[in-house]
Design a protein around this ligand. Structure first.
Ligand code: SF4
Length: 1014
């Protein structure tokens, strides 16, 4: 029987011709072969579109057809290897084959899947291991291909030993059997529709069937450059199988009323295409950023739906829907548009997949606390508050390994316990499969099924994607559990399970797409049609796309091997063909969209296909572009109210006009009325005025509580001066950080305590280090430091911080040993508290409406027992000099000097900050305030500008008292506000999300002091 061809370009009615013939031969039980299961479902709907059932017609993919042929010729088909089983045999083949050229690459994780894919390709090209080995021997440097052939042979042997078959082996056997007995198929006519290409195995099968039955192949082909990618298939069918062209269909110009669309379909990529006037058939969308493009498209779609278009009449094509379709789908769904994203999602990006992968890692010998936390977070049955507690312990360095997480709990988390208690590798994988089900269903066990709503495909973990991921994971894990039965295959480990889960994917959409906007690839679009079609993400490098590289057998080597069936299609032809498929599908309008920049504003080049289109429109491409283009820049973060695609977007658009606008007038101008108008007005009214500053506090109970505060600390007052709002957050809201205390704060506390103990019990004869005993002082300080941090679990950063501080204090002690001062720290004045209500407490410093309390690091006293210098350690490198006390809001040392004078009845000679973190000898000197000409401070290594006359000295103290009193009064009156000292926020303030000040998150201060915060 002759093999017949139906040729025709897009819009020539090939599908209708095939349908007509199929129905005409229904009594002969014809078989229609289409590329995928989805194509089968689509064609089935087409056949039943008239409402009449079509009995007698079978729709098959090639996989099914090979099985049908095998059954027809009487082959006993053994069980086929599943994907994981096949991969396991490939891995076993790699493990048992001696490799030299491929030895290193074979150890990489992607090698086995790549080899699996190559073997499948070789089988489809009917290339045997022997043929590949022979060809490898003919080419220069063929050792690489020879080893591939050896791996292919090893796999084939293992498959034979397993007693199973695979697609390739089944195809080879079925073709051979059909050749021997073509009549076995009978007279059932066979039709092929929708194929871009046929593998050699498929062609051989078609040829075999054509010997006994009518076989008709419909090909999307005409002698055009845009369809050149399919010329090879037509010539192969004609030259190798003797196919005859039975019908050559012409384009149906009536498919659209727009001349521009017809012209693009007929002439795109042709040498001398000519032009047609711009009409309403084409729109260009120039957008900024990925989300900006999705929002621009969603606005156009919303407008179409608002005008009465059925969502099913709109399609959005992207070259790679799995990567580029998600944002589009989310934005459309967010606008209430029913959408179907026809792509695949990696299992490990779903909550179920993440839960399984992280659990496998946590259960392994090196499982970290983060691994276990990731699992607990993904398990809906696990308490969120307990997971928060786990996260806090991890952030604070208290849980490092997975076992640390549940130390002190009655038992490990149940999934981990189940996995660890499984008695064998197989049982572990089955336990993991059970956990996959449990995670997916856990949130809703015992509850009613959740309804879908708002055009979304579902909610929560019962989202269909999660359920599909769980089903896929269960099947995969149960298959993995059986791999130990295959020859040469060890029992799979949890690492194997992770690798399998990370390599698996699930469809993001299942089921009919009627009534939904489809987001799909050009390959899936070819069989369909849309009234309105968006071709999105038209960036250079995105569409046209580069050919995917083959890691094992590149294009050059394929050519050198001279196996025609392994030759790849020309990528440029393929991309032109796919783009043409896009522009030939819409009947009403084609939208072409691209991003002129990314989300950061970085310029991006658009696809050269846009210019190919413009060359065909109007009298001049740039004028055509001006006429057709709609632009959405990065500055358009919200749509114009009249263009808002959803109620939420409308509220945002109105709110963006500012706090004092007449929202009602804006809505009236946009033609918004009724309930929507009222709801938008209500939601806009709730938005706080972004210009309104917070404070002062107004709640009487809070004010009363502040008024009752009669005791404040210097630290609080300085905090108030640095920014009243910052003080409010830090002291009153007191947010608990998940992270450990910042290094300066933590270290400050440790160093202060070590220094207090050192001077309280000095390791030498004197109260300060002297040249002869310096090493003892330094060593003792080191011991004290070690004692204080003995129980802390220090990460590498803190180990470095401690080592640095050991050095810095060592230098401070060395400086002090060189000093000729006669001042000495008095033991009872080390870490001297006041206002703390202890036995020997002198009471607080009376500042009128309140008293000051605190702890003074150290007071050094002159030999007369009266003269005294107040000392304050700072772990940072910078301290405030007296001339900048007011500018920097520094009060502490002056107030402590007043305490020493009034409460401890000392003759105060000065107050000095000691910068322990400074390294430069000059900057290591203490800074502050001392009495000029006072002999008792002689021998101190002072900066020349710090000593001041008695009057200035007293004025500093008086001024500090006034400022402290005023600050305390404001604080107790609740007069908070965003008033950073000097008008600019300190870099280390991280409270912007709370005070709602728009600026970057700051860093922890290096100069902050961890001690004495009362
Ligand atoms: S960010 Fe500025 S205004 Fe806000 S609390 Fe911090 S210092 Fe104050």
């Amino acid at each position: 029987m002759p093999l017949r061809l139906i040729l025709g370009p897009p819009n020539s009615g090939r599908a209708g011709e095939v349908r007509r013939r199929l129905v005409g031969r229904a009594s002969d039980e014809p078989v229609l072969v289409v590329p995928t299961g989805d194509d089968a479902a689509w064609f089935e709907r087409e056949l039943c579109a008239d409402g009449e059932p079509c009995l007698g017609i079978s729709i098959r993919t090639f996989g099914w057809l090979f099985e049908d042929v095998a059954a027809a010729v009487g082959l006993a088909i053994g069980a086929q290897l599943t994907g994981p089983q096949r991969l396991a045999l490939v891995r076993a083949a790699i493990a048992t084959t001696e490799l030299r050229r491929l030895r290193r690459s074979s150890q990489r994780p992607g090698f086995a899947p790549a080899l699996d894919a190559l073997i499948e390709e070789l089988q489809a090209a009917l290339v045997t291991p022997r043929e590949l080995a022979e060809r490898a021997g003919d080419v220069e440097g063929g050792a690489h291909e020879a080893e591939l052939a050896e791996l292919f042979r090893a796999y084939s042997e293992l498959r034979e030993r397993s007693g199973r078959t695979d697609r390739g082996a089944l195809a080879t056997t079925a073709i051979a059997a059909l050749r021997a007995d073509p009549e076995a198929w009978g007279a059932r006519p066979v039709f092929l529709y929708g194929f871009d290409d046929l593998t050699l195995a498929q062609r051989e099968l078609v040829g075999g069937l054509a010997r006994a039955a009518d076989v008709t192949v419909a090909v999307n082909y005409a002698d055009r450059r845009s369809l050149a990618a399919r010329a090879g298939m037509v010539s192969e069918l004609r030259d190798q199988l003797g196919a005859e062209i039975e019908v050559e269909l012409g384009p149906d110009a009536a498919y659209t009323q727009h001349a521009s669309l017809r012209h693009l379909d007929a002439s795109l990529f042709e040498a001398d295409p000519g032009t047609v006037p711009v009409d309403g058939g084409v729109v260009l969308l120039e957008c900024a950023g990925e989300r900006g493009e999705a929002e621009a498209i969603s606005r156009e779609v919303a407008r179409l739906l608002d005008d009465g278009t059925d969502p099913g009449d709109v399609a959005i094509v992207v070259r790679h829907p799995s990567s580029a379709g998600t944002v589009l789908a989310n934005v459309l769904a967010g606008c209430g548009v029913p959408v179907a994203l026809e792509a695949r999602a990696p299992v490990d990006r779903t909550a179920v997949g993440r839960a399984l992968v992280s659990l496998c890692r946590a259960a392994g010998g090196h499982g970290t606390a983060e691994d276990l936390l990731a699992h607990l977070r993904a398990d809906p049955a696990f308490s969120e508050s307990i997971a928060d507690g786990v996260e806090e312990r991890i952030r604070r360095g208290k849980a490092v390994s997975a076992d640390d997480v549940f130390a002190g709990w009655e038992s490990p988390p149940r999934h981990l316990a189940r996995l660890r208690s499984a008695p064998s590798a197989r049982a572990r994988l089955l336990a993991l499969a059970w956990i996959a089900r449990d995670v997916a269903e856990g949130a809703h066990r015992g509850g009613a099924p959740l309804a879908t709503s708002g055009g979304q495909e579902g909610v929560g973990l019962l989202h269909p994607l999660e359920l599909r991921a769980a089903v896929a994971a269960v099947e995969l894990l149960e298959e993995l559990a059986t791999l130990g039965d295959l020859p040469g295959c060890p029992e799979p480990t949890l690492d194997d399970a992770v690798e399998a889960l990370e390599g698996a994917s699930v469809p993001t959409w299942r089921g009919p797409t009627d009534g939904r906007v489809r987001i799909l690839s050009p390959y899936r679009l070819r069989a369909g049609r849309a009234r309105y079609l968006f071709c999105a993400a038209l960036g250079d490098g995105e569409f046209p796309a580069a050919a995917p590289p083959d890691p094992l057998l590149g294009d050059d080597r394929r050519r050198e091997l001279r196996i025609p069936a392994l030759a790849r299609r020309e990528q440029a032809d393929e991309e032109r063909y796919l783009f043409h498929a896009c522009i030939s599908r819409p009947t009403e309008r084609l939208y072409l969209s691209w991003r002129s920049c990314d989300d950061e504003g970085l310029a991006l080049a658009r696809s050269p296909f846009i210019d190919e289109v413009l060359d065909l429109l109007g009298d001049e491409p740039s004028r055509a572009e001006d006429a057709l283009k709609r632009t959405q820049g990065l500055e358009q973060v919200v749509p114009a109210p009249a263009d808002a695609p959803s109620e939420r977007q409308l509220a945002r658009a109105v709110a963006a006009r500012g706090p004092r606008v007449d929202a009602g007038a804006i809505l009236d101008a946009a033609g918004v009325a009724g309930d929507v108008r009222e709801r938008v007005l209500a939601s806009v009214a709730q938005i706080p005025d972004p210009g309104a500053l917070p404070g002062p506090l107004r709640v009487e109970k809070v004010l009363e509580s502040l008024r009752e505060r009669r005791v404040l600390s210097a630290n609080q007052l300085e905090g108030w001066l640095s920014c009243p709002y910052r003080w409010f957050v830090e002291h009153e809201l007191a947010p608990v950080r998940l992270e450990p205390e910042s290094d300066p704060l933590w270290l400050g506390g440790v160093v202060h305590e070590a220094l207090e103990r050192l001077y309280r019990d000095p390791p030498g004869a004197d109260a300060i280090p002297r040249p002869g005993d310096l090493r003892r002082w330094q060593a003792r300080f080191g011991e004290l430091l070690d004692e204080l941090i003995a129980d802390a679990r220090l990460g590498p950063e803190r180990v470095a911080v401690v080592a640095r501080m050991r050095e810095q204090v060592g230098r401070f002690l060395a400086d002090e040993a060189e000093s000729e001062t006669e001042l000495r720290p008095r033991r009872d004045l080390l870490e001297r508290g006041f206002g703390m209500e202890g036995d020997d407490d002198p009471g607080g410093l009376d500042l009128g409406e309140f008293v000051l309390r605190g702890v003074i690091d150290r007071i050094d006293v002159a030999p007369d027992g009266r003269g005294a210098v107040v000392r304050d350690y700072k772990t940072g490198a910078n301290v405030t000099e007296a001339g900048k006390f007011e500018e920097k809001g520094s009060l502490q040392i002056q107030l402590y000097m007043l305490v020493a004078r009034r409460l401890l009845e000392l003759d105060v000679l000065g107050g000095l900050y000691q910068p322990l973190g400074a390294t430069d000898p000059k900057r290591r000197r203490p800074r502050g305030l001392v009495l000029k000409g006072e002999e008792r401070v002689g021998g101190l290594s002072l900066v020349r500008s710090d000593p001041c006359e008695q009057d200035d000295f007293e004025e500093h103290l008086e001024r500090a008292e006034q400022v402290a009193t005023a600050a305390g009064r404001e604080l107790r009156a609740g007069e908070i506000g965003r008033r950073p000292l000097g008008g600019s926020c300190p870099k280390y303030c991280t409270f912007q999300p709370i005070c709602r000040l728009e600026r970057a998150i700051g860093l922890p201060s290096e100069d902050s002091n961890g001690a004495n915060g009362a």
